[in-house]
Design a protein around this ligand. Structure first.
Ligand SMILES: NC(=O)c1ccc[n+]([C@@H]2O[C@H](COP(=O)([O-])OP(=O)(O)OC[C@H]3O[C@@H](n4cnc5c(N)ncnc54)[C@H](O)[C@@H]3O)[C@@H](O)[C@H]2O)c1
Length: 250
């Protein structure tokens, strides 16, 4: 077991890569808090993990709300005594609009994708300091490194914020034994909130720029997260792991 007896909190764990990560961390021995705004979907991930013999609980959390972060971290440390692994995965897409200059959408995307990660780091670090260290994995994207057509620039800006926030906290918290790394998925199954990027024509065009010529699978991202969560990556912090079929190598 690669993360035996560790305590993990995964945001956006009701769906997609977050759900895959929660399942995998539990299978590898961690106690996993499944945090999301979607209660029914989150509870069904919890039920699956429990059926497989894992230890888990659901937390209702809107990552943009600081009081909810305080309550979520307190619930995890109250129940399981510590926090070793935090996966800041919750996010919303920037491709579900015809107005790429929509100001309200800028604010919402930054609130969830950037502020949400900042708040998670803030409250996660405080809990990890108490336990003598930990590993934080922040979900950025290829969109945090390069620009793209048909996606609101706030998505790229928010994911770039996650990339540098990760390095900043890695520098500041290294001495406390807290590692912070970012994971950058490429063309994956569409997000619940995807618009243009779910369009098969758009996806076919993007695939032409993916050297491996296929879409990634959620478990392929979950395995990268598991590696960064585990002690196998003990000497890695402030780094970015691209899980993109080679997209950023072009
Ligand atoms: N799917 C892709 O192509 C892709 C590519 C690169 C990066 N990413 C990033 O990976 C992460 C996971 O994406 P996914 O494809 O699994 O998406 P998804 O839409 O399947 O899952 C996202 C989850 O986040 C939750 N969420 C959204 N806003 C929230 C909030 N305010 N508070 C708490 N939970 C909230 C949703 O309810 C959902 O369960 C996101 O950060 C996304 O930006 C996705």
């Amino acid at each position: 077991m690669r993360v035996a007896n560790k305590v993990a909190l995964v945001t956006g764990a009701a769906s997609g890569m977050g759900a895959a990560t929660a399942r995998l961390l539990a299978r590898e021995g961690a106690k996993v808090a499944v945090a999301d705004m979607l209660e029914a979907e989150g509870q069904s991930v919890v039920a699956e993990i429990e059926k497989a013999g894992g230890t888990t609980r659901f937390l209702r959390l809107d990552v943009a709300e600081e009081d909810q972060w305080e309550a979520a971290v307190a619930e995890v440390t109250g129940a399981w005594g510590r926090l070793d692994i935090l996966v800041n995965n919750a996010g919303i897409s920037g491709s579900n609009t015809n107005n790429l200059y929509d100001t309200a959408l800028w604010d919402r995307i930054m609130a969830v994708n950037a502020r949400g990660v900042f708040l998670g780091v803030k409250h996660g670090v405080a809990a990890m300091r108490q336990g003598g260290g930990g590993s934080i994995i922040n979900l950025s994207s290829i969109s945090g490194v390069v620009g793209q057509q048909r996606i609101h620039c706030a998505y790229n800006a928010s994911k770039a914020a996650v990339r540098l926030l990760t390095k900043s906290i890695a520098v500041q918290e290294g001495a406390a034994g807290i590692r912070v790394n970012s994971v950058h998925p490429g063309l994956m199954p569409p997000m619940r909130t995807s618009g243009a990027t779910a369009d098969p024509v758009f996806r076919a065009k993007m695939l032409n720029h993916v050297p491996l010529r296929r879409t990634g699978e959620v478990d392929e991202v979950a395995y990268a997260i598991l590696f960064l969560a585990s002690d196998e990556s003990a000497y890695m912090t402030g780094t970015e792991l691209h899980v993109d079929g080679g997209y950023l190598a072009c």
